[in-house]
Design a protein around this ligand. Structure first.
Ligand code: A2P
Length: 288
């Protein structure tokens, strides 16, 4: 089948009828579905055999709140498969970062892990999500609890000035199996501290607490166990979770969400949503 050429930086329905000469262009085996953005991969970085990040062009019309996700797919089928991906860039970034797991037989990631600069990514138009500052009532400390790729929305939030205006302390807790899986988080925290927009705030207000469960490292154990035992608070020299001052966001695997949510509820915090801001919010990280 002859490939179809589409500009990659313009929403499909905003386009005039296609001409063969249009550029920039990527050849695709299938027509681009209506109502999606067709974007170009700018860079790809592989961290481990299970984790990678990719950066794509940003549609000029896209507006999102830090912490939201979009549906991502590939132009490899007449009806592409989409999966939820948190945007790991701040809302003002010129391009969009994503952090992904690689699953050998995962319906999307088995293909997505092979993308290279210049390839096309499809993105549905509406960003959504509950891991946003708006879904939390004001507080003093913001706890960001993530496992694995669940750190992605928080990488967006730690670059957003609003996060530091709303909270005096922002504590990013990230648990992975291996040390190599924590690297992305360390890079993100370093980038936030070096950022001209929020660098000063991130240096003064952001705390990074990274743990491994299967590799030897400086801090070990599931974050849930470290909350239950109180070791997290001892290590940070901080008081225990207190509904008067603490707000939380949780992102990771289903089991982790349930366990972390139970701990915050036991501490007296109430789950919120966009329509009903409260003391903590929860979202599942992309899984396959
Ligand atoms: P563990 O190694 O003890 O299973 P995964 O890569 O499977 O998504 O896991 C990412 C990290 O999340 C791992 O360190 C894993 O620890 C941890 N984890 C998995 N389930 C839970 C849970 N219910 N509560 C806290 N941490 C969890």
């Amino acid at each position: 089948m002859r490939g179809v050429k589409y500009p990659t930086d313009v929403p499909r329905e905003d386009l005039p009828p296609m001409t063969e000469a249009a550029a920039p262009a990527i050849e695709t085996a299938f027509p681009i579905p209506a109502g999606v953005h067709a974007e170009t991969v700018v860079s790809v970085q592989h961290y481990t055999d299970r984790l990678f990040k990719f950066r794509i062009t940003r549609p000029a019309s896209l507006r999102f709140r830090s912490g939201e996700f979009v549906m991502i797919g590939l132009p490899n089928a007449a009806k592409p498969l989409y999966r939820a991906y948190s945007i790991a860039s701040p809302s003002w970034d010129e391009e969009l970062d994503f952090f992904s797991i690689k699953v050998a037989d995962g319906p999307l990631t088995e293909h997505l892990q092979k993308i290279r600069p210049g390839d096309m990514i499809l993105m549905r138009k509406k960003p959504v999500g509950t891991l946003v500052n708006d879904a939390l009532v004001p507080g003093t400390r913001l706890w960001l609890f993530a496992t694995g790729t669940g750190i992605a929305p928080f990488v967006s939030l730690i670059r957003d000035p609003e996060t530091y205006e709303k909270f005096e302390k922002v504590i990013l807790c990230h648990t992975c199996r291996l040390r190599s899986e924590l690297e992305y988080g360390f890079e993100a925290v370093a980038a936030a501290r070096a950022d001209p927009l929020v660098g000063e705030e991130a240096t003064a207000q952001l705390v990074h607490y990274a743990t491994t469960t299967r590799d030897q490292s400086e801090r070990m154990g599931r974050i849930t166990d470290l909350i239950s035992s109180g070791k997290l608070f001892d290590d940070l020299g901080a008081g225990p979770i207190d509904p008067a001052i603490d707000r939380g966001m949780i992102c990771g695997s289903i089991d982790f969400l349930q366990d972390a949510k139970a701990l915050l509820e036991a501490a007296g915090l109430t789950e919120g949503a966009n329509s009903r801001p409260a003391e903590f919010v929860v979202e599942k990280a992309f899984a396959d």
